[in-house]
Write a protein that binds this ligand. Structure first.
Ligand code: ZN
Ligand code: ZN
Length: 414
C-alpha cells in the first residue's frame, strides 16, 4: 500500500437543498441563483473550478435521501430500499444490515381492537414513559427495539435470524376499522408478521392500563393504548463513512431524513441550536457548527434546507432570499477556516419554482481550495458553471474528487 506523501487536508461539502432551478420570467429569464446577490459564491467560483452535477444520473429526479447517499459515494440504486430504515436511524435507533424497520403510530383502540384515533389525539406528552413500558421486548429469537419520535410517531426495529420484509401493515390506516393482522408473503416474512402481531398485542397489554393513559382518560383525551407498525423495510448493510474513506466525518443538517442518512453512515451529528429546517433557520448557527465540527473531524457535510422549501412553495423571490442566506453561510465558513481545507458547494437536486417539486435538472457545483485548478468561470450559477473545468459529473464522483484534493485517497493500482 502506498500512502501519498501529500499532507492531509480537510474537506467540506456545503449543500443548498433544492437550489438548482430553471430560468424564470419574473426574474428576467434568470434562475434564482443567477438573480441572487451572492458575492461569496461568486468569489469561490472565480477562484475555484466549476461544473454541473447530476446528483444520481442525468435526468433522474432525486429525493434528498437518495441524493445525499450518492453525494457521499453510496450508490442509491444498490443500497436504497426505501426511506424507512433511514427514518428509523433518524429517530435515534441504531440500525444494522438485515434489520426490519417500521414506522409506527401510537393509536387509540377500543376493547374490540377497533381504531378510534390513529394518532391518539396527537399525543404530545408521556410517550417516553409509554416507550419505557414496551422497549426491550423479545419475541422468540426476535429482538424488538422501539423508540418514540415527535407527537404520536415512533419507530420499530425487529432484529433476528430469518426475517423477511414483505409484510403488510398492522395499521388499518382508517378509524373505525379493526387492527389488522400483519401477513407475510414468504416464509421469512411470515416470521416477521408473527412477531409484528405479537408486538402489537403486547403493546396493548402494556399500555392500556398505563398511568399515562389513565390520566389521559381522566382528562377526556384518547389513550395511546396501542402501537401500530407500518411500512416495513429491510435495512441495507452499508459500510460506515470512516470505513469507506478512512477519515472522520460529521454532518450538520436540519432535517430528520438527512440526519438518518448521516447516522446510518456513522457520521457524527452535532446539535445545531437555531437550525429549524424552516425559512427562519439561522444560517450563521449552521456555519458555526460546521467550523466547530471541522476542529475534530476531517470531513463535514452541511445541508441548508430553506431553498428547497421556496421551490416547493413556487416562490421565486423567497428562493432568491434563501440562496442569499446560503451565500452568507458559505462566506462565514470560508472566512473562518483554520488550515488548508477544500470546499465543495452544490445542491442535492433542483426544485424549480415553476415545477414545485424536485426535477431531474443538473445542478451547479464548485470546488475551491489550495489544490484546486482554477478555470475561467467568474460567477456561481446554472449557466456560468456549465462552462467550467469540472464539466458534467455525477454525484457519486464528488468524494473521489474531494478526497483526491484532500490527499487522503488510496492509490488505485501500483
Ligand atoms: Zn433535497
Ligand atoms: Zn424537497
Amino acid at each position: 500500500m502506498s500512502k501519498s506523501a501529500a499532507r492531509k487536508q480537510k474537506g467540506v461539502i456545503l449543500i443548498a437543498d433544492g437550489m438548482g432551478d430553471r430560468p424564470i420570467d419574473l426574474l428576467e429569464g434568470r434562475t434564482p441563483l443567477e438573480a441572487a446577490s451572492t458575492p461569496n459564491l461568486d468569489r469561490l467560483a472565480a477562484e475555484g473550478e466549476c461544473g454541473m452535477m447530476d446528483p444520481v444520473a442525468p435526468g433522474v429526479r432525486a429525493g434528498s435521501d437518495t441524493s445525499h447517499l450518492a453525494l457521499l459515494g453510496y450508490d442509491p440504486h444498490a443500497c436504497y430500499t426505501g426511506r424507512g430504515p433511514f427514518e428509523v436511524a433518524g429517530v435515534g435507533l441504531e440500525v444494522k444490515g438485515g434489520d426490519i424497520c417500521f414506522r409506527c403510530n401510537f393509536a387509540s383502540v377500543d376493547e374490540n381492537m377497533v381504531v378510534t384515533d390513529r394518532r391518539a389525539g396527537r399525543i404530545a406528552e408521556g410517550t417516553q414513559e409509554l416507550t419505557a413500558a414496551v422497549e426491550g421486548m423479545t419475541i422468540g429469537d426476535v429482538k424488538c427495539f422501539f423508540k418514540e419520535s415527535v407527537e404520536h410517531r415512533g419507530a420499530l426495529i425487529l432484529r433476528g435470524p430469518g426475517l423477511g420484509h414483505q409484510v403488510s401493515d398492522a395499521d388499518p390506516h382508517n378509524e373505525g376499522a379493526k387492527v389488522l393482522a400483519a401477513e407475510g408473503v414468504d416464509e421469512a416474512s411470515k416470521k416477521t408478521a408473527a412477531a409484528v402481531n405479537e408486538f402489537v398485542k403486547r403493546s396493548y397489554e402494556a399500555l392500556r392500563k398505563h398511568p399515562v393513559n389513565l390520566e389521559r382518560e381522566k382528562q377526556g383525551k384518547p389513550p395511546a393504548n396501542i402501537i401500530l407498525p407500518r411500512g416495513a423495510g429491510v435495512a441495507p448493510a452499508l459500510d460506515s463513512f470512516r470505513d469507506r474513506y478512512g477519515i472522520s466525518g460529521a454532518a450538520v443538517v436540519e432535517t430528520a431524513l438527512i440526519a438518518g442518512i448521516a447516522r446510518y453512515l456513522a457520521l457524527d451529528l452535532p446539535d445545531v441550536p437555531g437550525a429549524t429546517g424552516g425559512y427562519d433557520s439561522d444560517e450563521s448557527a449552521l456555519a458555526q457548527a460546521v467550523l466547530a465540527a471541522l476542529k475534530d473531524h476531517d470531513f463535514v457535510i452541511c445541508n441548508f434546507k430553506a431553498p428547497d422549501l421556496a421551490g416547493h412553495d413556487g416562490n421565486a423571490a423567497k428562493k432568491v432570499k434563501c440562496i442569499e442566506k446560503m451565500d452568507r453561510l458559505v462566506g462565514e465558513v470560508v472566512s473562518n477556516l483554520r488550515g488548508p481545507t477544500h470546499v465543495v458547494v452544490s445542491a442535492d437536486h433542483s426544485t424549480p419554482v415553476s415545477y414545485k417539486d424536485h426535477s431531474g435538472d443538473s445542478v451547479p457545483i464548485l470546488f475551491w481550495g489550495p489544490e484546486v485548478r482554477r478555470d475561467g468561470v467568474q460567477a456561481f450559477g446554472e449557466r456560468p458553471c456549465a462552462a467550467g473545468g469540472i464539466g458534467r459529473i455525477q454525484g457519486r464522483y464528488i468524494m473521489h474528487i474531494l478526497t483526491n484534493l484532500m490527499g487522503t485517497q488510496e492509490k488505485f493500482g501500483a
